[in-house]
Design a protein around this ligand. Structure first.
Ligand code: FMN
Length: 320
């Protein structure tokens, strides 16, 4: 399936694996998406340089297709940017800068290293700012999405972003898991889609099995925006809420954030232990509302192939 995005990125299909951090993306998952003709992005925020190099080498050992590396800018210094660009990824993927962070020199360095800059935003002003700073592609991320998001929906943000940054290609993200979502995004003026949650429920996903099963079990109504995981980790995220499964961790601390601030060391430790053990009740299960549309664990390549085939059929019907 060709769009302006597939041309710009040199890929076959306009389907992208979001660069999810905290170990939620791996070379295996990235390569599976790349081999199916999409673009895989590996999240590497807060990874030391050797680990970034290891991730890049791991991807290159599995595929010779283009791939991306993602940095959350508010937690990344110059050395982190250098470590990523030293690997010469085809795509330098970024999100969530501080308001006073100067994006232009960062994007210029990426261009000098030969990378295409794909910057994710959760609002139109951010999109304009990134376009003016020289981003090549803008990801419009709606509030439905898993992980850190803001408050406007994909259905509204995507066409607004397309208008604001035209002629730059825009990718829609948040709430997309199937061919209908891909077709809808193209109708909204996007040139492709970026998915997080759908790829967490795949064979190659590094999530613990019980966490993947929680996505399948979710009816899509049971995620919640909060700051609870960020408070427990003592992380100030510029402008975002954290969308995660409303499990015991969230139920226990919602409305008691003041006490959580006092006990964050203890609760942060319990969260980390839950992740290590693959327990669902106290882990930070970042997934989005689109879990309500996900019914089986599939190989990641199959997700890409099914989405594209279904979207082509739907678009054919719409125009034929
Ligand atoms: C577990 C998880 C971790 C994420 N980490 C990052 C990250 O480090 N950097 C980033 O740009 N986006 C991150 N995201 C957001 C995704 O890139 C994407 O915007 C989002 O998942 C799209 O919504 P969906 O989950 O409905 O597909 C994360 C999402 C999830 C679910």
């Amino acid at each position: 399936m060709r769009t302006r995005l597939t041309e710009v990125l040199g890929i076959e299909h306009p389907v992208i694996l979001g660069g999810m951090g905290s170990g939620s993306t791996t070379p295996e998952l990235v390569a599976a998406v790349a081999e199916a003709g999409g673009l895989g992005i590996n999240g590497v925020s807060r990874y030391p340089a050797e680990r970034v190099a290891g991730v890049a080498a791991g991807i290159r050992a599995l595929t010779d297709r283009p791939y991306g590396l993602n940095l959350l800018l508010f937690m990344s210094d110059d050395a982190a940017v250098d470590a990523v660009l030293a690997e010469q990824p085809a795509v330098f993927s970024t999100a969530w800068p501080w308001p006073d962070q100067d994006l232009k020199p960062i994007f210029e360095r990426a261009h000098a290293a030969g990378a295409t800059v794909v910057h994710q935003v959760a609002g139109v002003e951010e999109a304009r700012r990134a376009a003016e700073a020289g981003a090549d592609v803008i990801v419009a991320q709606g509030t439905e999405g898993g992980g850190h998001v803001a408050l406007i929906s994909t259905l509204v943000l995507t066409p607004m972003t397309v208008r604001a940054v035209s002629p730059l290609p825009v990718i829609a993200a948040g709430g997309i898991a199937d061919g209908a979502g891909l077709a809808a995004a193209l109708m909204l003026g996007a040139e492709g889609v970026l998915l997080g949650t759908r790829f967490l429920a795949t064979v190659e996903s590094p999530w613990p099995e019980a966490w993947k099963q929680a996505i399948l079990a979710s009816d899509g109504h049971d995620t919640m925006l909060s700051e609870i995981p960020d408070i427990a980790r003592a992380t100030v995220w510029p402008g975002a809420f954290d969308r995660s499964w409303r499990n015991r961790l969230i139920e226990e601390w919602a409305g008691r954030e003041n006490e959580l601030r006092q006990r964050r060391t203890e609760i942060g430790r319990r969260m980390a232990e839950a992740k290590e053990r693959g327990e669902t009740d106290y882990g930070e299960l970042n997934f989005g509302q689109v879990a309500g549309l996900i019914g089986e664990i599939l190989p990641a390549g199959e997700v890409v192939r099914q989405m594209v085939a279904q979207a082509e059929e739907l678009l054919g019907k719409a125009t034929g």
